[in-house]
Design a protein around this ligand. Structure first.
Ligand code: SAM
Length: 242
């Protein structure tokens, strides 16, 4: 078995990350496919109030996370595995979009991810400058909206990445035709009963004819993608012409 994917998360709300121990991700940890450690940033403060923020230089609303606890925390955690280099991920609304492609790269190549969860108005910019010189560092956005902190983004990113680690999903075939794999959205899915409130399952799915089912599903993927995500459809048409 290959080495487990290691994930460290630094946050001022460790309890927020409790769901990482549930469901498939919890099982993956028990099976040794994934190792998750959540750290409280305040453990690297030295004052009575365990302060992690201060007012912004230049004025303005809100508070900014101080660089000194972040520096101590990142030095301790990123240096904790001699000979190994983490990929540092800082969630932020101004980052590169977090996509299935990015999730796949991180699941396949990184081996060790350290997530730094910002709060307030974000983290002092010098922390990015310092650690970008020392490690691969990505600022990644969950979408074009603003959350209160990085924790929700880390939950989403961790789940998307970890389910791509071989062995984490019970049935890896389910990855093959998923939305955002191969550039199209997934086809609609149905289960029993065959008739529910006068609504029938499309008859082709009950036909047992694998070829016809595959063609129907492909046509549904195209139709759904064109209707809901013209941007994806345009990209798909571009690549399928090459
Ligand atoms: N003042 C910052 C700005 O306008 O870019 C927003 C700070 S936000 C209130 C606090 C933290 O939430 C950020 O440091 C980041 O960790 C997280 N966050 C907010 N929106 C996010 C998003 N769309 N994707 C990823 N992380 C996000």
């Amino acid at each position: 078995m290959s080495a487990p994917l290691r994930i460290d998360v630094i946050t001022i709300f460790p309890d927020y990350l409790a769901p990482l121990g549930l469901s498939l991700l919890g099982k993956a940890q028990r099976e040794g496919l994934l190792e998750v450690q959540v750290h409280d940033l305040r453990d690297w403060t030295h004052d009575r109030h365990r302060t992690v923020d201060d007012s912004p230089y230049g004025g303005g609303a809100g508070m900014v996370m101080r660089p000194d606890p972040w520096g101590e925390a990142l030095d301790a955690i990123c240096g904790s595995r001699p000979g190994q280099t983490p990929h540092l991920i800082v969630p932020g609304p101004g980052g590169d979009p977090f996509t299935q492609e990015v999730a796949t790269e991180l699941a396949t190549d990184a081996g060790w991810l350290v997530f730094a969860c910002g709060r307030y108005e974000g983290i002092d910019e010098r922390v990015y400058d310092e650690y970008r010189e020392r490690y691969p560092l990505s600022v990644l956005s969950l979408g074009d909206y603003v959350l209160n902190g990085g924790e929700v983004a880390v939950l989403a990113m961790t789940e998307a990445i970890a389910r791509l680690v071989p062995g984490v999903l019970g049935n890896e075939a389910s990855l093959e035709e998923e939305s955002h794999t191969g550039g199209l959205l997934e086809y609609p899915v149905y289960t029993k009963p065959p008739r529910w409130r006068d609504r029938e399952v499309p008859p082709v799915l009950l036909s047992g004819h694998h070829g016809q089912i595959a063609s129907w599903r492909h046509a549904q993927r195209i139709e759904r993608t064109a209707a809901r995500r013209p941007d994806l459809m345009q990209a798909y048409e571009g690549t399928s012409k090459d």
